[in-house]
Design a protein around this ligand. Structure first.
Ligand code: A3P
Length: 318
């Protein structure tokens, strides 16, 4: 909003005045910097991070584009990493029963820079971010930390984004049409977008550094969540043991973190996060293929063509 922009530093104001700009989906403007779209507030926050943020080798970063399963991934990895401290089977006492996943795993771009992510309640630190690879702090790229990247079919990602956007828009703003949102999406104009450049950055990094970046897809995780949980556990260095397999730990975590369980919890049905987002907005349907209920065949074809062209011979397909 204009009021927020007044609080920007001189430096940031100067920078954004030279950048291509477009109206965002909710309020305020987006600015295109080094190929990606940001709000001015996020730019102001993350630019100093590049050299000042101190990653630790033990850190685990959960990276997503908005609406590609962030909430689910946060819940699953939180439950995994803290399984000795919090028994996923004793639902009553589990932090995921009394907190929204976003309250347990902070976003890098919404925390103060001071000593890294101060409010991070876990050890190792579990930190989420929507930042494209090129905007990750240098120390995250250089340190021995792990990155779990989760993406989603672009058509479902878009439909989820459109619904979410309309939940965030106030009554005065009114709803934004599917067509207008679609036009922006196809031009790559969305916060942290373009979609294809975001996924490609992490896809290539995962091929070059498979020990550093684990690349996952929402659809595949829905199809076989157990194997994905095992894969994540191994990747972040806390594999599921034979003993844990014998008492079905994997299923316990999956049930604790399932869409049905989380979305029906009191704590996720009402109230807002400190960011102002309503907690229930993060749970809609949680299904694969909902785009079929919203996109015309022409729209679907258009996305497919763009994605095919942009992803080229990368080997990544949706
Ligand atoms: P839909 O809008 O298609 O239902 P994010 O967490 O990145 O904001 O993504 C939100 C999407 O993930 C929404 O998709 C939401 O319903 C879905 N989601 C939320 N919690 C989930 C869970 N526990 N399991 C599967 N999907 C979930």
């Amino acid at each position: 909003t204009p009021q927020m922009e007044e609080e920007l530093s001189e430096e940031c104001r100067e920078l954004i005045s030279s950048l291509p700009t477009e109206k965002g989906l909710v309020s305020g403007n987006l600015y295109q910097y080094e190929g990606f779209w940001h709000t001015s507030e996020i730019l102001q926050k993350i630019l100093p991070y590049q050299n000042q943020f101190e990653a630790r080798d033990s850190d685990i970063y959960l990276v997503t584009l908005p609406k590609s399963g962030t909430t689910w991934l946060k819940a699953m990895v939180f439950a995994l990493v803290n399984r000795t401290q919090y028994n996923p089977n004793s639902n009553q006492q589990h932090p995921l029963v009394s907190n929204n996943p976003h309250q347990l795993v902070p976003f890098l771009e919404s925390e103060p820079i001071s000593n890294g992510v101060d409010s991070c309640p876990t050890d190792p630190r579990l930190i989420a971010t929507h930042l494209p690879l090129v905007f990750l702090p240098e120390s995250v790229k250089q340190s021995g930390c792990k990155i779990v990247y989760l993406c989603r079919n672009p058509k479902d990602n878009f439909v989820s984004l459109w619904h979410f956007t309309n939940k965030l828009r106030t009554e005065e703003m009114g709803c934004i049409s599917l067509e207008e949102t679609f036009d922006k999406f196809c031009r790559g104009v969305e916060l942290f977008g373009p979609f294809w450049d975001h996924v490609l950055g992490y896809w290539k990094e995962s091929l070059e550094k498979p020990d550093k970046v684990l690349f996952l897809k929402y659809e595949e995780m829905k199809e076989n969540p157990g194997n994905h949980l095992r894969k994540i556990a191994e990747f972040i260095g806390c594999p599921i043991s034979m003993e844990e397999e014998s008492f079905n730990l994997v299923n316990q975590i999956l049930e604790l973190c399932s869409f049905d369980h989380l979305s029906n919890l009191e704590v996720n049905r009402a109230g807002r996060l400190s960011s102002g987002h309503s907690k229930s907005a993060f749970f809609r349907r949680g299904e694969v293929g909902d785009w079929k209920n919203h996109l015309t065949p022409e729209m679907a074809q258009k996305v497919d063509e763009i994605i095919k062209q942009k992803l080229g011979a990368s080997g990544l397909t949706f």
